[in-house]
Write a protein that binds this ligand. Sequence first.
Ligand code: NOJ
Length: 576
Amino acid sequence: MTASLSDSVSGSVSVSPSPWWRQAAVYQIYPRSFADSNGDGMGDLPGVTARMGYLSELGIDAIWLSPFYPSALADGGYDVDDYRNVDPRLGSLTDFDAMVAAAHAAGIRVIVDVVPNHSSNRHTWFKAALAAAPGSAERARYHFLDGLGNDGELPPSDWPSHFGGAAWTRVVEAAGPNAGSLGQWYLHLFATEQPDFNWDNPEVREDFHTTLRFWSDRGVDGFRIDVAHALVKDMSLPLRSKPDLEILVDDGSDPLFDRDAVHEVFEGWRSVLNEYDPPKAAVAEAWVPFTDRRLKYARPTELGQAFNFDLLQAPFLATEFRAIAQKCLSEAASSGASSTWVFSNHDVVRHPSRYGLPDGSTREDLEAWLLADGATPALDSARGLRRARAATLFMLGLPGSAYLYQGEELGLFEAAELPASVLQDPTWFRTLHKVKGRDGCRVPLPWSASEADFGFGGIPWLPQPEWFGEFAADAQAGVAGSTLEMYRAALKLRRELQAEESLEWLSSPESEVIHYRRPNGWEVITNFAAVPAVLPSGVDLSRVVLTSGTATEAADGAGSEQAGTIPPETTLWLAP
Ligand code: NOJ
């Protein structure tokens, strides 16, 4: 296995004296499910503050908090009533300041979520829009249109909502000549309770600058931008047909997604973020299929980073992982961005479950598995966790930032068995119970195997399955080979071993073993095969500083590197 020069990715990063976020380990907190400080069953900001010691010991560089703003929770908080406040159930602005202070004291940066595509239907502006007449300035902050058909009884277009059903809802007019009658329709690409903003309106643009400054002034270090690629839309009439929400041709011509004009918005945001010293970081959530367009969001003149969801969507295959890593790194290097990696978040089935289901499972297969409450097909949990741990160590060695989702450090699986009666995801309701949705990855964390509610703090808003106890943080802390200890060791070593943003491939692109080396000599070797692989020649096992082999495997000898082989589905880290 030899390196080909054309395969090596040169970081040649001339931007910056390396800002912190370029190679950070960022831990996503879904606040309602992290830790509950007041026993109401909902996680909160003081709960985060109370667990800062845990986060510090984990060794992450930053936390990213999903929305904690006032919200009716029609979409888990991504329906924001007030962008510059804290939901009273989650705390207060004072609690927020205390959390930031505790994080900073622990050397942890804070990233908050901004949700600019839509507000909630309880936002002051939307209430004003409903109260005002068609054609008013209040309506112009959102997308209100007359319907089609003889009497406006049909929605203005065939656009579907992401969560099922139509993307339009008709209102009863409160003012104007038709007061008291059914009138205009408003656009919501997500739930009915999430009306889309009109980003052609300067007032909307200005208000988000105010929000960015508000949280920046309170000390946050960066922002994660929700559905960043959807803000600017082509609303010229007649609206173009788009019966599904996939981007079919990603060339900027889609009426809803990834339009070129969205980049002006983020250039404006960069100016605001650069008012601070150091400038604030930002990462775009943009489910854009091809990296060259996706990376535009991450240019230094815009946000700096954009999530790459390619690894998250890939099967556990060396050829796929290698090609994706190569492509993302090359694109990042050419645009001046730093790459990002992620396997799990609050929107997808947790990766140990994905990897433990039959190979080749599609998104539809995962949905069917959830609908069957995880009973069929059977999950091979040992394999799923083994692969997840190997994938994590593969990713944590790569140049760029790693985004981790709360609970993955515990090796949590999806809680697929949640009964219909407890589900809260709007997907479940809007698809008329055809798609179960995302609640299974949002179940409150198990902190203690022996305490009530596994130490979460109150009766959790989603029930924790019995098996959560085995994964509790206190059941794993100090236990050699546990997933928690593997993450702790990896994150600590990652800091010590961190190198320039580049790597060299030492294995061939077709191999089932991926072997790469960072410029300082740190090497990562992953065997993706289900059988042991021969160690690359010249590899000295005395340099192994970390393995993803699980505790069980270590106990029966399968996880150890014996007789010149790498165990199946295992990653090794070699020190320089
Ligand atoms: C992406 C978020 O991650 C997801 O949870 C949310 O439902 C949608 N955007 C809408 O805000």
